[in-house]
Design a binder for this molecule. Structure first.
Ligand code: NAD
Length: 267
């Protein structure tokens, strides 16, 4: 019960890595508050409650800063503390550079980056009241370490998250608030399943299998594994870690010569 009595807010908690984090945190005794704009939020809450986990949900868009402020105020009034904020809400549209203008770019920046900005502005004042806080931002290896074609807007939003993470970390370090990022590689979540379906509507599994082959560990990561990385950043095990990024990718960013055919000789 490493998070016993801690209050943890998780955006994007209806599915994917936000949900995986919620499950791990709830098992460790946290009171979990999920924020998401998806209708699936109710189903997720029911699933978690079946295991007697303490879960509250709010169906909200992370672009709505005023609503987030209201919710975080209510949480603080109810529990007297807001200890952990996990920002996992995000979208992952692909578009070539000249097609990525307008709505694609503004959604990407307003949700992926702006959502984290809003959520931090709404939550950190309550962390300051208790001189304690753990902020965990889901960025990506994309844009921070590597990038594929047609990912300009997504990569830019993720680079901005990493910059914000470092800037917040230095600003709030004297107040005992740590701010860190997780950089996932290829994780098997609804986001990845949706992109695979768009890429190959008749056989999305073929895309997922192809992605897995590019990962040195030979498989995609899971939402639960993401939750375990977040758990490290949420506990005192990471008390001296701030402004950092944990790469969570099964080694996918490591190969030096992918596609070159270079192989060491077998013994
Ligand atoms: N899946 C991957 O391989 C991968 C890799 C690198 C980074 N990431 C990042 O990790 C985070 C989580 O990804 P995931 O794969 O679990 O995604 P997902 O699509 O499976 O889940 C994301 C959740 O965010 C919610 N959400 C989206 N926009 C929202 C908004 N405006 N307001 C409130 N909720 C909103 C969705 O409803 C959903 O429940 C995202 O930021 C994503 O970019 C994912």
């Amino acid at each position: 019960m490493r998070l016993k009595d801690k209050v943890a807010v998780i955006t994007g908690g209806a599915m994917g890595m936000g949900k995986g984090t919620a499950e791990v945190f709830a098992k460790e005794g946290a009171k979990v508050i999920l924020i998401d704009f998806s209708k699936d939020l109710i189903k997720t809450q029911e699933e978690l409650k079946e295991n007697d986990f303490l879960v509250e949900t709010f169906q909200v868009d992370v672009r709505d800063k005023e609503k987030l402020k209201e919710i975080y105020q209510n949480i603080f009034d109810k529990y007297g503390h807001l200890d952990i904020l996990v920002n996992a809400a995000g979208i992952g549209t692909q578009a070539s550079f000249f097609n990525a203008d307008g709505k694609i770019l503004s959604d990407m920046m307003d949700i992926n980056f702006g959502g984290i900005w809003n959520s931090c502005q709404a939550a950190i004042p309550f962390m300051l009241k208790n001189n304690y806080g753990k902020v965990i931002n889901f960025a990506s290896v994309t844009g921070v370490m590597v990038v594929d074609p047609s990912m300009t807007a997504y990569a830019a939003s993720k680079g901005a998250i990493m910059a914000l993470t470092k800037a917040l970390a230095v600003e709030f370090a004297p107040k005992n608030i740590t701010v860190n990022a997780i950089l996932p590689g290829m994780i098997n979540t609804p986001m990845t399943q949706k992109s695979s379906k768009e890429a190959n509507p008749s056989d999305p599994q073929k895309i997922l299998d192809g992605l897995a082959k590019t990962v040195p560990m030979g498989r995609l990561g899971t939402a639960e594994e993401a939750g375990k990385v977040a758990l490290f950043l949420a506990t005192e095990d990471s008390s001296y870690v701030t402004g950092s990024a944990i790469v969570f990718d099964g080694g996918s960013t490591l190969p030096e010569s992918p596609g070159s055919g270079w192989q060491p000789e077998d013994e």
